[in-house]
Design a protein. Structure first.
Length: 612
């Protein structure tokens, strides 16, 4: 067993006498025990890092943690008092308790200057790579004499740092951990993800890195980048440099060095990066610059004013011509070059929303159907799978990820290798159960709960359905043009039990969940505020669960003050996270609850534990 020891000397470890507010980190650890209410102060200026076996990732992460703490000087914006003792307005004064706490903090404190402590970090397997299924377990102990972190891998240590960073607050000119605490922590799901889309609108590198920083803080470990789409191709490749002629501009591209930097930056923060090149649908930009014959229906009108004749679900249309042999040569070249950039063992190859109407514009496909009148669209999809799949499996330990459409839509393939990871976005538990029952590993991205772009209305222009007329029921009432409305609140994200009704064997095939932010109405200016802080709800539900492990009750109410506090924490760090409530609600715990009954969510949750 290989061991890495990290020693941190802490001078002037002080014992303060005051009541601890017990601010828990987000996501809440699997097991956290506060042993007392004797705050422990730490002099950050005296922290020294001594690694017996040098590990640059740990050293850099420790430096970032200390630097952030020193710069932030954070005190919790939203504290959590005992819910059972809260008396709501107007019969009580929810601000009174806060004033009393603040008054107590102004009292003179006595310090024990004799204590010194050691942060002792043990890593059992420092060589373990950041890949799907890597052990992320850690334990963290803070007491009056030491801080001790033990982890199976480097990646567990990074999670411990994220937790420790949220435990340390700044109070009375001291950096304080509010009491001695023991934490054991490990994720429930191995894939905890966020998808961003750089195909519809370009996203700046700085803003992508910003998402990685926040993901690391919340222990989300997978950034899925939907790199291209029919609208644009922003990736400058050596194999086909002409593809960026379909970037929005020369400044809105990613070079190989840019992508390598994003991958390295993410890995240093415990975040995997999974690239997606969407195939064979959603493919026009870039591909047509190599050879227009690679793309079917690229010059057609996307809806033809008659939906029965549509060629795409949104403009512009374009799909790779499945029967053009040159298509597979280009796919192989693009895939191989990107595989050298992205080190993750999982690679996403799309396969969603194939529109059969598009292939009415392919002479090759129409002739193929005419050769045998018994051929079906399923046969065509199967032809693509059989031809493309071997190209993707030329790398050691590689697993391919696809959208569920390739198997579950009416035009999907007959069969698909069961080692393909399928991303499920439609029909909630029905599709999840269908796939897991057939032995497929599934990442859940149900659009009803996890699509972050929903609820903002439609975006296509020249749309007469927006005219204020009593006959326009669909657009003037209800969805407002957003096909996946309503807006996904943090509560809706958190409360989704996406393994309900599954057998144990089926549930074991759910390897995680992923929020998705498609970028038709998103660019760098609004990216962070459309993701955070609501995405922290999934970070917690996939890390430690959305239900109390003892009672099985939904613990959404327990999350309330912590997610309010987390939003303020992000803003203090300089991230433009969206506000969730008036500040009054932050400063007065549960004063903005709809019901005085603090168990109503628990009771409701038990009624719906097995529903979608």
């Amino acid at each position: 067993m290989k061991l890495v020891y990290v020693l941190v000397s802490i001078a002037q470890l002080l014992t303060l006498t005051q009541a601890a507010v017990k601010v828990n980190p987000l996501p809440i650890p699997r097991n956290i025990t506060w042993n007392d209410e004797n705050p422990i102060a730490i002099n950050l200026d005296k922290l020294l890092l001594d690694i017996a076996v040098p590990n640059q990732i740990i050293s850099d992460a420790f430096y970032r943690t200390v630097t952030t703490l020193r710069k932030l000087q954070w005190y919790p914006a939203a504290t959590e008092g005992p819910i059972s003792s809260f008396v709501p307005f107007p019969t009580g004064d929810p601000a009174k308790r806060r004033r009393e706490i603040l008054e107590k903090r102004d009292l003179q404190h006595t310090f024990d200057l004799s204590g010194l402590s050691v942060v002792d970090i043990t890593v059992d397997d420092p060589a373990a790579d950041l890949q799907l299924g890597v052990n992320e377990t850690y334990s963290l102990t803070v007491n009056s004499s030491s801080i001790y972190i033990e982890a199976e891998t480097v990646w567990g240590v990074l999670h411990a740092f994220s937790t420790l960073q949220q435990l340390i607050i700044f109070e009375n000119n001291q950096y304080v951990v509010e009491g001695s605490v023991d934490i054991w922590d490990a994720p429930i799901y191995q894939h905890r993800g966020l998808m961003i889309d750089t195909g519809r609108n370009y996203l700046s590198i700085d803003k992508i890195l910003e998402q990685i920083d926040i993901m690391s803080l919340t222990k989300l470990n997978t950034l899925h980048i939907h790199l291209d789409d029919a609208q644009s191709w922003p990736i400058l490749l050596n194999s086909y440099p002409e593809m960026i002629l379909d970037a929005y501009s020369a400044r809105e591209i990613y070079t190989i060095q840019d992508l390598q930097y994003i991958v390295k930056y993410a890995k240093e923060r415990g975040v995997r990066v999974i690239p997606e090149i969407d195939l064979p649908g959603h493919a026009r930009a870039g591909w047509r610059q190599i050879d227009p014959n690679l793309v079917a229906c690229g010059d057609s009108w996307w809806s033809n004013d008659v939906w029965a004749d549509h060629t795409a679900v949104e403009p512009p249309p374009g799909q790779l011509d499945i029967l053009n042999d040159d298509v597979y040569n280009v796919i192989e070249d693009v895939y191989n070059e990107l595989s050298e950039i992205f080190s993750d063992n999982v690679f996403h190859v799309g396969a969603d929303e194939i529109q059969t109407g598009c292939y009415n514009f392919s002479s090759l496909i129409q002739a193929w159907f005419q050769e045998d009148e018994n051929r079906t669209w399923n046969d065509l999809s199967q032809y693509y799978v059989d031809k493309a799949y071997p190209l993707f499996m030329n790398r050691t330990n590689r697993r391919i990820m696809m959208w569920e459409d390739i198997l579950l839509t009416p035009e999907g393939a007959h069969t698909l290798p069961t080692d393909v990871i399928l991303q499920s976005w439609n029909n909630d538990l029905t599709n999840i159960q269908n796939l897991t029952a057939r032995g497929y590993d599934v990442v859940v991205s149900s659009s009803t709960h996890f699509y972050l772009d929903c609820g903002y209305g439609g975006w296509v222009s020249n749309d007469p359905r927006y005219v204020d007329d009593y006959t326009n029921d669909v657009f003037n009432t209800g969805t407002g043009g957003s096909w996946c409305a309503p807006y996904k609140t943090w509560q809706r994200i958190y409360d989704y039990d996406f393994t309900a009704n599954l057998t144990d064997a089926e549930a074991a095939h759910v390897i995680g969940a992923e929020l998705a932010l498609w970028s038709e109405q998103v660019d760098s200016t609004v990216l962070t505020q459309k993701i955070w802080p609501r995405s922290a709800a999934l970070a917690e539900s996939t890390w430690s669960g959305n239900r109390d492990p003892t009672t099985g009750y939904l613990r959404t109410n327990n999350l309330t003050q912590r997610i309010f506090n987390f939003r303020e924490y992000l803003v203090a760090l300089g991230y433009p996270a969206s506000p969730l409530v008036p500040k009054y609600c932050i400063q007065n715990p549960h004063a903005c609850d709809l019901y005085q009954n603090q168990t109503i969510l628990e009771e409701f949750g038990t009624h719906n534990v097995s529903s979608s």
